[in-house]
Ligand binder design. Structure first.
Ligand code: PAF
Length: 277
């Protein structure tokens, strides 16, 4: 695997290379990322993974400073996974100018965006820059970050980028907890408790499958259940998969999204559901 730190090195390395599959990450790689790399490899072309902890997508009181920086362990894991190129730029390389040109996606103030002002503008901006640097044919994102995947897919289509965005299913631990870099912040007790987020999402799904259609009642019920257990819920929300807006009566493909704090750690997860009636 070749490790590259500047966009000019990257451009030279990728000259004449086609059908690149790209896995953008912030490092601290876990099984979810490695599964994205494996899926990328199956697409047949070379695989580029980026590791860049993007300051633009962290709010002033968020975990940018304490976000784990594990480049040498990550490099080893990527090597073992058969990744071809690792692009690991510095902040100065990614943002050479003091003024930002920001991509402002729609829905940026909803769901997670309502609690993380500027987050999705930061994500879309860095990913658009990375897309321009890597020029991939495919880009893979985990659907655990459902709103992120949705907005990046929308951005790619809306801006007519010649890239196919692929949303990969969420990798889960045996007890159902979605694999995430932030799980590493949890204490042993919190780690056991953490599975209740997924459980609440499944309970909403099961109620929808039984015919319940009062979304607000379901969202509030899940919030109360977790808050009673000592969590601090940001939101539960039932949305249409096609638009990520509140479902219309004829929307059958829905997604239930949730975000909640366990101590100082914010966890997110989601469950898709197709209504049969
Ligand atoms: O999901 C992430 O790791 C990041 O938000 C991404 C897509 C790499 C952009 O910094």
């Amino acid at each position: 695997m070749r490790v590259l730190h500047s966009s000019s090195e990257l451009r030279t390395a990728l000259q004449g290379v086609s059908d690149v599959a790209f896995v953008p990450t912030m490092g601290n790689l876990h099984d979810g990322h490695i599964s994205l790399v494996s899926q990328a490899k199956r697409l047949g072309g070379p695989v580029v993974t980026s590791i860049f902890i993007n300051p633009l997508q962290f709010g002033p009181s968020e975990d940018f400073e304490r976000y784990p920086r594990t480049l040498s362990a990550d490099t080893e894991r990527l090597e073992q996974a058969g990744c071809d190129f690792l692009f690991a730029p510095s902040v100065a390389e990614m943002y050479p100018y003091p003024q930002r040109f920001l991509v402002q996606p729609p829905l940026a103030d909803e769901l997670c965006g309502a609690f993380r002002p500027g987050h999705f503008a930061g994500v879309c901006t860095v990913v658009l820059k990375l897309f321009n640097m890597v020029a991939p044919r495919y880009a893979l994102f985990g659907k655990k970050d459902y709103q992120q995947w949705f907005l990046l897919d929308s951005m790619t289509r809306e801006l007519n980028l010649p890239i196919q965005v692929i949303g990969a299913e969420t990798e889960r631990a045996e007890d159902g907890l979605a694999i995430s870099s932030r799980n590493g912040y949890l204490t042993a007790t919190q780690r056991t408790e953490a599975t209740f987020l997924f459980q609440q999402l499944r309970e909403i799904r099961d109620a929808l499958n039984r015919g319940e259609r009062d979304f607000e009642k379901l969202e509030q019920g899940a919030s109360h259940s977790l808050n009673r257990r000592g969590w601090r819920v940001d939101y539960f929300s039932v949305r249409a998969q096609a638009t990520l807006l509140a479902p219309k009566p004829d929307d059958k493909k829905l997604v239930i999204l949730g975000a909640a704090w366990l101590g100082n750690t914010r966890l997110i997860d989601n469950v898709e559901v197709t209504l049969l009636d």
